[in-house]
Design a protein around this ligand. Structure first.
Ligand code: FDM
Length: 218
């Protein structure tokens, strides 16, 4: 007796510093997977269009001030708003490529070095969100991204912030074991990086194990 269960979609997260090339790479991965006949969606956090997203957008553009904890929880709420949709798409066989997720959420807030806002504190509201099957981390130094030029005008787009963010990403990835993290060297030309992302992804495209959720940091 065997049941022919349709494989669920795969949850893929792409993370990295500002200017690492996340958005371009997500687009290329989306195209490559669609060309191979997969049903794929791209989503991005923060989603600036939702109710919380509008507040977040105002904050990032410097139009509004927010308490560090308060804005942190709004970024998290912005993901929780999408969680049910993510689950149902995955179970309908749709693979989702997520541009920034809880990892950015925790490290950007912790990088503010507010003594009451540790990395552990920042991770806590993420506990229970769908855990990606695959985390693709575009690895690049803050010096390299600075050379790419054109940091925008938004909050956080400074060398000092980026280098703290980089160190915190390293700490977080080393603590949050148990899932598949691929470090991809993002210094190489766009199409070379794209090939690596695709190769890392192809091995994961027929997930049968149940979707897991984020646990507390250990
Ligand atoms: N960011 C992003 C956070 O501080 N917390 C989060 O939870 C997320 C998802 O917001 F500086 C930061 C990271 C970045 C900014 O920029 C969003 P982009 O260019 O829209 O990714």
């Amino acid at each position: 007796f065997h049941e022919d269960v349709k494989a669920r979609g795969v949850l893929i997260v792409v993370e990295g510093l500002d200017r690492a090339g996340k958005t371009v790479q997500c687009q290329l991965l989306l195209d490559a997977l669609q060309q191979r006949g997969h049903q794929v969606k791209y989503i991005k956090f923060p989603d600036r269009n939702s109710l919380t997203g509008k507040i977040i957008n105002g904050y990032l553009q410097g139009q509004a001030q927010q308490d560090d904890h308060s804005i942190h929880l709004l970024f998290s709420a912005n993901r929780w708003e999408a969680a049910q949709r993510i689950r149902s798409d995955l179970s309908n066989g749709i693979t989702i490529i997520v541009d920034r997720y809880s990892y950015s959420g925790a490290v950007y807030s912790a990088a503010k070095e507010n003594p009451d806002l540790s990395l552990e504190w920042a991770w806590q509201p993420e506990v229970g969100l769908p855990r990606p099957d695959l985390l693709l981390f575009l690895s690049i130094s803050s010096e390299e991204t600075a050379k790419r030029g054109g940091y925008g005008e938004e909050r956080y787009e400074t060398d000092a912030m980026q280098s703290k963010v980089r160190h915190l990403f390293e700490r977080l990835l080393s603590m949050n074991h148990g899932h598949d993290v691929h470090l991809i060297d993002a210094r190489f030309p766009v199409d070379q990086v794209a090939k690596e992302l695709l190769n890392s992804t192809l091995g994961h495209l027929s997930e049968r194990k149940p979707l897991e959720t984020f646990a507390k940091l250990r």
